[in-house]
Design a protein around this ligand. Structure first.
Ligand code: IPT
Length: 976
């Protein structure tokens, strides 16, 4: 073991680590991934035992059986131990990873380098017992020169000791699971002693290309006769920049010293890179010996594009692009943090398919493959440095002991990622207050890379008009809509406003996303934001022994649900204390990558194709910045309340980005419309015309919709019919199809937003979760039965009236309730009842097919059908789920189509049919605790509270609140 205790010294960011660079050394390398010998020590200075177990590398020990004594631990802001920076606890799990490495004999005379993709949080490297180096910075690679340490043709023992807790943990206090171990691949590579140490590319949309090459160990000039060449596929050789050479000779390199050789070209006819048009070019840089032979080679895929800020707009290739972003961690439910390239590709394809064009690598540089994929698939990236000192932010931001770490982390990120066209903005980190250490890092970055803006939320936190240097963008988190609009209209805005986090996706959430985008798209100065976040960080846990399932759990889940014998674990489920519970389950995707309904909402809001209708003409709009519509194809879909759905092909016009044109509706389509068909909607189902890199041909992109004909209000119950309404002595409806009669419902199983935003507490205090019905009166007049009942609440009694009447097509139920002033914010006002068992299939006319709520209802209106089970969305912590908004009517029948019931509603209403009572959901912490009820539970709401995002950020907007006043609703129940 080393004499120093590097885990206690923030000043030591590394020891004998090689500088970061952008040369991809994976090709031709020797991979060291696989099964390693492993020991988990209780502390870094504890002695090694005789016994070794094994561990898969890359892979954190916290997720593998060899690390059973140190399971995953989730905290958000709070550090898991009380020590102040830079101290860490004496009990400090330390993983010793060991394996043999065979060095090829033909590596003799060459330089040999070890690359460890990522290790958290301190990496100590030894070979054959000899200290080689130290690395910190858990989400970037560390490289060490093994030349002279290992012997070509011989076997050596490589030992990687990873210390879990350190001074670095205090600046890696991100809101995610704490793990320990090696999270990215380990490899060995070789180069000529004189090699390409770095290659820095700048490529503008005008075709100007500059490539700066650093050769080591050279020292400012190449040896006599050696030279560097560059070749751009499809274009040819790049020229040596002779002015640069001359400058080098004159030793005038006072600024912008980026290497020993500069190549340049002005590439004509270049096709610029953008997220919509991710054109890439292959660049090969070669280092030649004096005899012309190639000593080293570096391959790049580059994109020509410009990023700049003009006024308060962020421009890509001169265009003010909307940033439809999402925050992404490196997360996997089976491995914790390690992902394969195929998994990352599939993830980013999903992101693209749902209309996102940007990713923030919250809160550290993500796996390098992610940026290759972002270049290729087309995503703008805000690349964020691995700095989050959240719990001790104020202490650290100005602490000179942490100054080297700040500059090290920011500079290493920029050195690794600077050649990626996808990276459009650098971020100095997250939630770390603001101090001199940030300005130091910003200073380095501005000098090193003048081509990209940088952002740091903390630098402009309180004063968005501030001129502080560490942020070119105002990038607040969870600001209210009013605040951002007010800033954009204030006349004091000097920088682009792009929310670094907004619309917290915890549980059933992302309410008011449509309101946000309506404001962003119409308010100059607002340019978008990044939804928090992509994943629910649920770890697949075996119920038998409470351990993470690990890679063996592959396939033990489906459609977002953990399968038999498993559950999705969140904070506390591994006995981890302190913890922040389900706050890590706040993503748009379930842990297994199944999209939540909010993904579809986003897709519609990001639609590249939009429709408008002025009562006569339908106009189609191209909402893209760089692409025409030729990659899309479309189909009309006409649906009316009382008729069949009709389709017809649609011919999308040749429209430039930003353009619009009339889109004629085929006369045959509207001719099919029944004259008395009721409300009518015209939907354009837009799909991909061919294969995209992120979607196969025929993938649905969006479904813009216009209403062609309004609903005529047909009053219910004007014609009395024969028949008798049966009620019991208390006035409860007796109906052969119902197992529980309709009663008043003012509550919902609290969503995470309801819980963390405080609404759920209020409802409990008012007793809305435990309403008890007291019959007041039952009267009969002819065929009409009138029932009055009362429910006591903390705000006084609530009187509920039901008038029941036989009508020609069934039973009409008219309901009325008056909420007193004290009930100013309730979950819902409506009826709840249960049907006979076996009515397992629903068909409805309303928003769909996916789940929708009053403030998250961009789903198109139409006629939809599904199994009752499939309506439910398995949010990690069970809660209100499965609602459908604006339902005009529905039927429930057995899956095989036998007899059932139909319900017609007076107006479009919020409806939820499911297998659980609200109380069942509210009382369960995980899905394995829920028992599905055979009799479907049906809720029809006169009003339903919006979802908002109050678990972290603004609640829903006032129009979506449900408060005091009179509510009436009526519905007809009919047997089928
Ligand atoms: C913000 C964090 O940046 C992010 O990591 C995550 O914790 C998110 O909130 C909530 O899920 S910080 C919060 C204190 C606003």
């Amino acid at each position: 073991m080393l004499p120093l205790r590097p885990w206690e010294s923030p000043e030591i960011t590394s020891w004998r680590r090689l500088p970061m660079h952008a040369v991809d050394r994976r090709p031709g390398s020797i991979g060291l991934d696989g099964t390693w010998r492993f020991q988990l020590l209780p502390a870094p200075d504890a002695p090694l035992a005789d016994h070794w177990s094994t561990l898969e590398v890359p892979g954190v020990w916290t997720m593998q059986d060899a690390g059973a004594s140190d399971p995953p631990h989730y905290t958000n802001v709070t550090m898991p131990w009380p020590h102040h920076p830079p101290a860490s606890p004496a009990a400090n799990p330390t993983g010793v990873h060991e394996r043999d490495i065979d060095i090829p004999a033909d590596w003799a005379g060459r330089r040999i380098v070890l690359q460890v993709g990522a290790a958290e949080s301190v990496l100590i490297v030894e070979v054959d017992g000899q200290a080689v180096g130290i690395g910190k910075d858990s989400h970037l690679a560390s490289e060490f020169d093994l030349t002279g340490v290992v012997r070509p043709g011989e076997r050596s023992t490589l030992r990687l000791t990873v210390v879990k807790w350190s001074d670095s943990s205090h600046i890696e206090d991100q809101d995610q699971w704490w793990h320990g171990g090696i999270t990215r691949s380990v490899l060995l590579y070789t180069t000529d002693p004189l090699h390409l140490a770095d290659v820095a590319v700048r490529a503008g949309r005008d075709g100007a290309l500059r490539v700066d090459c650093q050769v080591r160990p050279a020292g400012g000039a190449l040896p006599p006769g050696w030279f560097v060449s560059g070749e751009l596929e499809g274009w040819g050789e790049l020229a040596q920049d002779t002015a640069f050479d001359a400058g080098m000779r004159a030793d005038e390199r006072v600024s912008e010293f980026l290497g020993e050789a500069r190549l340049s070209a002005t590439v004509t006819g270049v096709r610029p890179w953008s997220a919509e048009t991710p054109h890439l070019y292959r660049l090969t840089v070669r280092l030649h010996r004096a005899d012309g032979t190639v000593a080293d080679r570096s391959r790049h895929r580059i994109g020509f594009r410009d990023v700049e800020i003009r006024g308060r707009d962020l421009l890509v290739n001169g265009e003010r692009v909307f940033i439809r972003g999402v925050n992404r961690h490196d997360f996997h439910p089976l491995t914790g943090r390690t992902l394969t390239v195929e998994e990352m590709r599939a993830d980013l394809a999903t992101v693209k398919r749902f209309g996102f064009n940007a990713v923030r690598t919250s809160h550290y540089p993500n796996d390098p493959a992610l940026l290759d994929l972002a270049d290729e698939l087309g995503l703008y990236v805000v690349d964020e440095a691995d700095i989050e000192s959240h719990d001790h932010a104020h202490e650290i931001a100005d602490d000179p002991r942490y100054l080297p770490a700040f500059v090290d982390r920011v500079s290493r990120m920029a050195l690794r990622d600077g050649n990626h066209p996808s990276v459009v903005v650098w971020s100095l980190g997250n939630e770390s207050d603001y101090g001199a250490n940030h300005d130091a890092a910003a200073g380095w970055l501005r000098r090193h890379d003048p081509t990209r803006p940088l952002q740091y939320e903390g630098a402009a936190k309180t004063d968005w008009s501030s001129t502080r240097i560490a942020s070119d963008i105002v990038c607040p988190m969870y600001a209210s809509l009013d605040e951002i609009v007010a800033h954009a209209r204030s006349g004091t805005q000097t920088k682009p406003l792009i929310l670094c986090e907004y619309s917290h996706a915890m549980g059933n959430s992302n309410g008011t996303l449509a309101d946000h985008w309506a404001a962003i798209e119409t308010t100059p100065g607002l340019q978008g934001g990044f939804i928090w976040e992509l994943w629910d960080h649920g770890i697949l846990q075996r119920l038998s022994d409470g351990r993470p399932a690990g890679r063996a759990g592959a396939g033990a889940y489906a459609d977002g649900v953990a399968g038999e014998g498993h559950r999705w674990a969140y904070g506390g489920d591994f006995g981890d204390t302190p913890n922040d519970g389900a706050f890590c389950a706040d993503g748009l995707l379930f842990p297994d990558r199944t999209p939540k309904p909010a993904m579809y909402e986003h897709r519609e809001l990001a639609a590249p194709v939009r429709l408008s209708y002025d009562g006569r003409t339908v106009t189609v709009h191209n909402h893209q910045h760089f692409r025409d519509l030729s990659w899309l194809t479309a189909q009309w879909l006409l649906s009316c309340e009382d008729g069949d759905e009709v389709t017809a092909p649609a011919a999308l016009p040749d429209l430039p980005p930003g353009g619009c044109a009339e889109l004629p509706v085929p006369p045959g389509l509207t001719a099919a419309l029944p004259a008395d068909g009721g409300e009518t909607w015209l939907t354009l189902r837009v799909t991909t015309a061919g294969d995209e890199t992120w979607a196969t041909r025929g993938t649905e992109i969006c479904t813009p919709q216009i209403r062609l004909r309004e609903r005529e209000t047909v009053p219910f119950g004007t014609t009395p019919a024969r028949g008798r309404v049966e009620v019991d002595d208390d006035g409860l409806l007796l109906h052969p199809l119902l197992t529980a009669p309709p009663v008043l419902n003012l509550w919902r199983a609290p969503t995470d937003n309801d819980l963390l935003g405080g609404a759920a507490d209020l409802w409990r205090e008012l007793g809305l979760d435990t309403l008890v019905r007291k019959p007041l009166s039952v009267s009969r007049e002819g065929a009409t039965v009138s029932v009055r009942s009362a429910y006591d609440t903390g705000a006084g009694p609530v009187v509920h009236e039901q008038v029941l009447n036989p009508v020609p097509d069934g039973l009409l139920i008219e309901e009325r309730v008056v909420l007193p002033d004290g009930l100013s914010d309730v979950a819902r006002v409506g009826s709840v009842f249960e049907t006979v068992a076996g009515l397992d299939r629903i068909e409805w006319y309303g928003h769909g097919p996916w789940e929708s709520y009053p403030d998250r209802c961009s789903a198109p209106v139409g006629r939809y059908g599904a199994g009752v089970d499939a309506l439910f969305t398995p949010y990690l912590r069970p809660q209100e789920s499965g609602g459908r908004h604006g339902v005009r009517g529905f039927t429930l029948r057995p899956a095989d189509g036998g007899p059932g019931l139909a319900i017609r509603l007076d107006s479009p209403r919020q409806v939820a049919v499911g297998r659980y009572r609200d109380r069942d959901l509210a009382d369960a912490a995980h899905h394995d605790e829920l028992v599905s009820r055979p009799c479907p539970v049906v809720r029809i709401d006169a009003a339903h509270r919006g979802l908002g995002t109050a678990s972290c950020g603004p609640d829903t907007l006032p129009p979506y609140l449900v408060g005091a006043g009179t509510y009436t609703w009526s519905w007809v129940l009919r047997s089928l």
